[in-house]
Write a protein that binds this ligand. Structure first.
Ligand SMILES: *Cc1c(COP(=O)(O)O)cnc(C)c1O
Length: 404
């Protein structure tokens, strides 16, 4: 909670103040020159030399300390924070992809990410190629070779568990494929959107990923009161991400940086409470007569082909679950409209429980046939479980199901 902050540099304040400032005063012209030499790569920084504070688009104490703390969670060398999850995702793509490259990505993806790959990257000559969570790596390898794309793939981008049905992808297997496709002058990067499970329950870097990316709007922020993003990885890669961030100008601001530091102090207790609630709720839902099927990692059976990935890659089943209500859109809407404590809203990972209807809301822009492949139909409802008392959440679910 105190990592990276020195009270003696801030009048003894126990907490890091909000450095609400655009620019920083140099002690001397020589100091200014020296800071710029490092910032612009005109010379390498000395071993113990910290980057000097210049201008808040380049660096700011609230962001630097936050980045040091987020690096700890993922055991990463470094981290870069952004004004949104989308900024973090798109900056990584723009920095590491070039015209002619192919980005191999899992399905389904977060809507914004999917849109960027389908509609924006092609304008820069970058193509997307998708795969399903249940496709084996050897099938995928064959498909890439048959399409003649073996030397074009430059990034493997995955979301695991997939939103909203919690299907899993093996990060280690993706890394193996990336290594096979890499050549001496074309390294294939593996990027994982870790928003759903991180940074507590899944550590992608440990399994070989190059980037662990977050919408910090979700669990990390955790109070539905800010938008932010982050990327963790090696010093070499994050340095490149930060350079592009300086020129895109999409860093997070000091106030949001400060809010995130405050949120980080309770991250573990919040997430553990959310997870234990989710387990209780999933178990209760699965036996309810109006519920057809529950998609929750805490209910995964040993006989499930995904069980091995679950055991290897996750330390807990998380706090996101979805379920098929008996019926269709009409029944799902009756249920959603009858909720009291649980709020009808998109987003996830916050202290309050949220419910939504993926088919007509978060996934409304997706191809309908593809959605059927992921079991996203009119009867599916997604829940993000909060920190309320589990009995209260169940009471709310019970009366809303009774209204159907
Ligand atoms: C919300 C979300 C994003 C986008 O993040 P923003 O902070 O809204 O820009 C990306 N990926 C996943 C999995 C998300 O849930």
């Amino acid at each position: 909670m105190s990592f990276g902050y020195k009270p003696e540099l801030s009048e003894g304040a126990i907490k890091c103040p909000i450095f609400q400032t655009s620019t920083f005063v140099f002690k001397s012209a020589e100091e200014g020159k020296s800071f710029f030499e490092v910032a612009y790569g005109l010379r390498e920084a000395d071993e113990a030399e910290e980057p000097g504070l210049i201008y808040s688009r380049i660096n700011n104490p609230d962001l630097e300390i936050l980045e040091d703390r987020l690096s700890l969670w993922d055991k990463a060398d470094d981290c870069a924070v952004f004004e949104s999850g989308m900024s973090a995702i798109t900056t990584v793509m723009l920095e590491f992809l070039n015209p002619g490259d192919v980005i191999l990505h899992s399905l389904p993806l977060y809507g914004g990410t999917d849109h960027f790959i389908q509609h924006v990257l092609p304008r820069f000559g970058i193509k997307g190629m998708s795969f399903y969570p249940n496709e084996s790596i050897s099938e995928l390898r064959n498909r890439i070779h048959e399409a003649g794309l073996s030397d074009k793939v430059r990034m493997i981008y995955v979301e695991t568990p997939a939103n909203p049905t919690n299907s899993l992808i093996d990060i280690e297997a993706c890394k193996k494929l990336a290594n096979e496709l890499s050549t001496s002058d074309n390294k294939v990067f593996v990027a994982v959107d870790n928003t759903y499970m991180g940074p507590l329950w899944q550590h992608p870097l440990k399994h070989g990923a190059d980037f662990s990316i977050y919408s910090a709007t979700k669990y990390i922020g955790g109070h539905s009161d800010l938008i932010a993003g982050a990327v963790c990885g090696s010093s070499e890669n994050i340095k490149r991400v930060k350079v592009l961030r300086t020129f895109l100008g999409n860093m997070c601001g000091p106030w949001v940086g400060w809010l995130l530091m405050r949120s980080l102090e309770t991250l573990k207790v919040r997430m553990e409470q959310q997870c234990s609630n989710a387990q209780i709720i999933a178990t209760w839902l699965k036996d309810h007569p109006k519920v057809e099927k529950v998609y929750y990692l805490g209910l995964i059976q040993e006989s499930d082909p995904q069980y091995q990935i679950y055991k290897k890659q996750y330390t807990a089943p998380g706090a996101m679950l979805s379920f098929d209500i008996k019926g269709g859109e009409k029944e799902a809407f009756r249920f959603l409209n009858a909720l009291n404590i649980i709020k009808l809203a998109v987003s996830l990972g916050s202290t309050e429980s949220l419910a939504e209807h993926p088919y007509t809301m978060t996934h409304a822009g997706c191809d309908r046939e593809q959605l059927a492949e992921f079991a996203v139909t009119e009867k599916l409802v997604r829940l993000s479980i909060g920190i309320e008392h589990a009995d209260d959440i169940i009471a709310d679910l019970e009366q809303a199901l009774a209204a159907v």
